[in-house]
Ligand binder design. Structure first.
Ligand code: SF4
Length: 649
């Protein structure tokens, strides 16, 4: 391994005690449409709230002599209506009324609808049936007809319009919330609350409600604009606000009769309804994105199909190392959240030859998976990006090839085996369908030939009765069998490199040993290189020829597996090895590694492991520590390494 990593040479910055994720407001402001919606909505609301303070004429006072003034007339900025009333004044006061009614109707519908949904979803059984059939009956009527019927019974008026709009929207909230409460009420944390003796009401309001609350807020934010429209619709029909009171719908209704002679009377409130509803919808979409935990990372836009590559220095002609199928040099991958840059991979070198297995070992969050995913551009952008380095696949720079070329190489020359086969395989297709699709996606061949090939592959990974197994769904197979199917898919197109990301972590020990033996046999027989990601030195010893120990985005020790297991040079490597139990040595102490790795947006100037290292000295913290070669094919990033001390292995 050559010298790598210069990413830690930055001056230290103040420690960010937060999680480093942008807060909700910053996330919202990252979304330009939502920000525009927020600005327009805030302007409308502030103007409406300030109506009593503004120097406006009385909105209800008629002046027949001033009727139908055009906009920009003297004393009437937006003109007057058919009764000589000032349109600007009526618009601002009317917006105030429409907002109040729309928001109140939303709150009422959200309260009752959510309550019904929560109770129905949590209680289930007859309570659920009873409440939901009631909701179904309300939903069976077209909602605007139902609203008209309610106003017809209660009589025209703004308050009655508000009740009608609220009632017809209750089913919308009830249905949404019931579905979520139903799923939550069967979750383990609810069982735990029951076991701890909490009452049903406590479980419902203390355990379930907080989990449903974001959905209620999201639903409210996306429906309030709709309710303002519905209220305006009832007022337009003369069933909401009654003369002389103005709201946006009644203003629109007043202008309808003189649409052609004085179009400004109806166009101005129409534009206000448009601006109000549009701004609320844009803002509501932004709020939904912010409150959705899956989008908390700041990825408010759909990730690109391939990781963005933004290299400061374009690599020149780089000769791949002799015998290397995959040759990665100085790989840097970072994530950007708002103004923060997280250097997940800070410049690593990897080389994998044909039939060779390189293990990357490290704790969770050390950057090993990001490094492996970067090679084929599988790190999502945003927020990830490759900030430097090259990845050569048989001399071809993977960061420079076209999207089409990378798509061809994915799953053919370079394939992946992931940790959890149950989430990798599609639950609704048989393993045969999925294997055949994997075979046909890179090679054109008739289905009968692809089926034969699928049987061969299942045979290869030692699945008994392969022709029958092709008809099985993933859930019908054991964990070990599913992982074998994933390995078969990885071999579907004669891969030259398999990136195996913790492929045995989800399996029990016996099956783990079988899968490792299978991968080991296949790589030797088929001459496939394996990049094996794991946190477990026990697994490394079973399959890897060489190992690279990763910490805080850097390799801290590299070398042949046997050598490193026998005499680890880096204190971190030694501690990782000490975490592995050894059969027949019950007296051996299993040491946990105290402390936590540094956050990669605030790496120290010196050794990243210094805070946890028992051998740390002052000079360890003074300057970046280079990866220094020693012995045969070994390198260590430590200035006080453990050399040839007994007791490991
Ligand atoms: S450089 Fe110092 S702090 Fe870092 S691993 Fe070596 S001895 Fe420990």
């Amino acid at each position: 391994m050559a010298e790598a990593n210069t990413a830690t040479g930055n001056p230290p910055r103040p420690v960010n005690r937060s999680s480093g994720r942008p807060d909700n407001l910053r996330l919202l402001l990252n979304n330009k449409l939502a920000t525009a919606g927020l600005a327009i909505f805030a302007l409308i609301v502030l103007t409406a709230l300030a109506a009593p303070l503004l120097p406006l004429p009385d909105p209800d006072v008629t002046a027949p002599a001033d009727r139908l003034f055009r906009p920009l007339s003297e004393g009437h900025l937006l003109g007057t209506d058919a009764l000589g009333r000032d349109i600007l004044s009526r618009l601002i006061w009317g917006t105030r009324v429409s907002l109040a009614v729309g928001i109140s109707a939303t709150l009422i519908a959200a309260f009752f609808g959510s309550l019904i949904g929560l109770v129905a979803g949590y209680a289930g059984g007859r309570v659920d049936t009873f409440l939901m059939r009631g909701i179904d009956m309300v939903m069976a009527f077209p909602y605007i007809l139902l609203a008209l019927a309610i106003v017809a019974v209660l009589g025209p008026g703004l308050l009655n319009a508000l009740y009608a709009i609220a009632v017809v929207n209750i089913p919308f909230f009830a249905r949404n919330i019931r579905g979520i409460a139903l799923g939550l009420s069967r979750r383990e944390f609810v069982d735990a609350a029951r076991l701890s003796g909490e009452s049903n009401a406590q479980i419902l309001f203390i355990e379930v409600l907080p989990n449903v609350l974001p959905v209620i807020i999201i639903t409210m934010s996306t429906t309030v604009g709709w309710m303002i429209l519905e209220t305006a619709g009832l007022s337009f029909l003369g069933l909401g606000a009654q003369p002389p009171q103005a709201d946006l719908g009644s203003m629109l209704g007043d202008g309808r009769k003189i649409l052609f002679t004085a179009p400004h009377v109806s166009i101005i409130p129409g534009l206000m309804i448009f601006a109000l509803v549009m701004s609320i919808n844009l803002l509501g979409d932004g709020v939904r994105d912010v409150l959705d935990p899956r989008l908390k990372s700041g990825a408010l836009t759909r990730p690109l199909a391939r990781t963005a590559v933004i290299r400061d220095i374009a690599p020149g002609d780089i000769e791949p190392s002799p015998g290397a199928v995959l040759d990665v040099r100085g790989l840097k991958t970072e994530f950007r959240f708002g103004g923060e840059v997280f250097k997940a991979v800070g410049g690593v070198d990897m080389r994998v030859g044909r039939g060779e297995c390189l293990g990357i070992v490290g704790e969770s969050g050390s950057g090993k998976t990001v490094a492996a995913m970067s090679i084929m551009g599988l790190v999502p952008t945003p927020p990830g990006r490759i900030a430097g380095g090259v990845a050569l696949l048989e001399g071809e720079d993977l960061f420079a090839v076209s999207d089409e070329r990378i798509r061809q190489l994915r799953g053919s020359a370079v394939s992946h085996v992931f940790q959890d086969p149950l989430s990798t395989l599609h639950p609704l297709f048989t393993v045969g369908d999925q294997l055949i699709e994997a075979i046909q996606s890179h090679r054109s061949m008739p289905k009968s030939r692809a089926t034969e090939r699928a049987v061969e592959l299942l045979n290869l990974v030692r699945i008994p009765n392969p022709a029958e197994r092709l008809k099985s769904y993933p859930h019908e197979l054991s964990g070990g069998m599913r992982q074998r199917v994933c390995i078969a898919m990885a071999l579907a197109d004669d891969a030259r490199i398999i990136i195996a990301d913790e492929p045995t972590t989800a399996l029990d020990v016996t099956v783990q040993a079988q899968v490792l033996a299978l991968l080991d046999k296949l790589r030797r027989e088929r001459d496939v290189g394996i990049l094996f990601i794991t946190h477990d030195f026990g697994v490394v010893s079973a399959i890897c020829d060489r190992v690279a120990v990763m910490y805080a985005g850097q390799f801290v020790e590299t070398g042949a597996t046997g050598e490193i297991l026998k005499s680890p040079a880096h204190p971190y490597t030694a501690k990782l090895i000490d975490c592995v139990p050894v059969l027949g040595q019950p007296e051996r102490r299993l040491d946990a590694i105290e402390g936590r790795p540094p956050v990669v947006n605030n790496l120290p100037i010196g050794c990243a492991f210094a805070e946890r290292c028992p051998r740390a000295q002052d000079d360890c913290r003074a300057a970046p520590i280079p990866l220094t070669e020693f012995g045969q094919g070994r390198a260590v990033r430590c200035i006080h390494p453990i050399l040839m001390e007994a007791g490991h292995g």
